[in-house]
Write a protein that binds this ligand. Structure first.
Ligand code: FAD
Length: 380
């Protein structure tokens, strides 16, 4: 069995399939990155709470004896033959799981690379940390440049954390958030109301149902989808997302279609989970993980010769940072053909501890390591 991509989805599939005693599955896990970084850790680094080295979980030294990790770039996937071409040679699989996530393309937004910062790639978020540290205050525009995009709450969190970061340093700040959505957290009216109230309290300007199409670095203005302009001193953008080129042949309208209950693709023996799919849930780690658990259950069932059991229920619990150590949870369920519903819990400082435990639990389960990052600058 071969798993492509060792992010949220791939790590969970690999761990779940190999943690069942008695099953003799040979599993190869392939990724080109040095290690795994949680999406939320990008914000922790950006806002100076953690150092980059504290949030990278290296693949080297993974302790799971059932997983053979291969560090390589995947260049082509033939889903019919289940053959994968990589920089470390070809791999052939009886079962293939595609968990390659979404590639990010800052170049696709004119002016973004020259005149702004994207904060969704690991390198971009770390560079944005330097830009924020050197920023003397002024107009900050946080904006989404296309849909779909990962973790729909993340731009709202970024606006709130930017406000906290700058005001706590005594710097002038005027934050505007440009989002394609009508409300900050569409499935949860309560969560949206809490976020909009937090924006109002801090004077953060909320610009819904619009995208930033381009930046004019010379004039320092962002050009919006409704043909208006927004001046900025610091631009923090969510770049264009697309499926990795290696699986372009499997996509329909940009993403890999899957059965929403089983995560099977149109190709027998080939599953896809997480951001690379058009399964109908938001692109977020908790959903990728839930899908991965179902795929693992089905694979174990079929390896044992029984019926492939386990169906995806579309549920995920997302954390939402308000700043000031206040974190909320949104418990949300996406079912095909139904309006998604989500309930709000918090915000509170207890839930900030809950979020830390969420990360630590996954690193223990996937890597067999303890993870308790100290705040940046704290004595070790
Ligand atoms: C700022 C920010 C905050 C976020 N906060 C949250 C949050 O609080 N909660 C949450 O649930 N989600 C959050 N997310 C979203 C979350 O990070 C992603 O949705 C999640 O990681 C998707 O999981 P995945 O397994 O589909 O893909 P990924 O985790 O992205 O994994 C894909 C893997 O495939 C590898 N890969 C891709 N192409 C190739 C190739 N050609 N060759 C080899 N390897 C390749 C990549 O290196 C990567 O390791 C956040 C995202 C961002 C950017």
């Amino acid at each position: 069995m071969v798993v492509l991509g060792a992010g949220f989805g791939g790590l969970e599939v690999a761990t779940a399939v190999t943690s069942e005693p008695g099953d003799d599955v040979e599993l190869t896990l392939i990724d080109q990155a040095e290690g795994f970084v949680f999406g939320f850790s990008k914000l922790d680094v950006m806002f100076g709470r953690h150092e980059p080295g504290q949030v990278l979980h290296p693949y080297a030294g993974m302790v799971n004896p059932g997983v053979r990790f291969v560090s390589a770039e995947i260049t082509a996937v033939d889903p019919e033959s289940k053959r994968v071409e990589t920089s470390a040679g070809p791999f052939e699989a009886d079962i293939l799981v595609v968990a390659l996530g979404a590639d990010l393309d800052p170049q696709a937004t004119p002016g973004l690379v020259e005149g702004g910062h994207e904060f969704y790639t690991v390198a971009g978020a770390f560079a944005a940390a330097d830009a924020l540290r050197d920023f003397g205050g002024g107009k900050v525009v946080v904006a989404v440049t296309s849909t779909p995009f990962k973790c729909p709450p993340a731009p709202s969190e970024t606006a709130l954390l930017t406000y906290e970061y700058l005001t706590s340093r005594g710097l002038p700040c005027d934050v505007t958030l440009v989002m394609p959505l009508g409300t900050p957290i569409p499935p949860s009216p309560d969560a949206s109301a809490a976020v909009l109230a937090a924006f109002a309290e801090r004077g953060i300007t909320w610009v819904p149902e619009r995208l930033v199409r381009a930046l004019d670095p010379a004039r320092k203005v962002a050009l919006l989808s409704d043909d208006t302009e927004l001046p900025y001193d610091l631009f923090l953008g969510v770049p264009v997302h697309r499926a990795p080129q290696a699986v372009a042949g499997m996509t329909v309208d940009g993403w890999i279609p899957v059965d929403p209950l089983t995560l099977e693709t149109a190709y027998p023996g080939v599953y896809a989970v997480g951001d690379v799919t058009s399964v109908g849930t938001p692109k977020a780690g908790v959903f990728a993980e839930g899908q991965a658990a179902v795929v693992a259950e089905r694979i174990i069932g079929s390896v044992r010769g029984g019926a492939a059991a386990g169906q995806y229920d579309g549920r995920g619990v997302c954390y939402l940072e308000f700043g000031g150590d206040q974190v909320a949870k949104v418990d949300v369920r996406f079912v095909a053909g139904q309006r998604p519903v989500g309930s709000l819990i918090g915000p509170s400082t207890d839930l900030a501890a809950d979020k830390t435990a969420f990360g630590a639990d996954r690193i223990r389960r996937w890597f067999g390591r303890e993870w308790a990052p100290l705040s940046a600058g704290a004595d070790s």
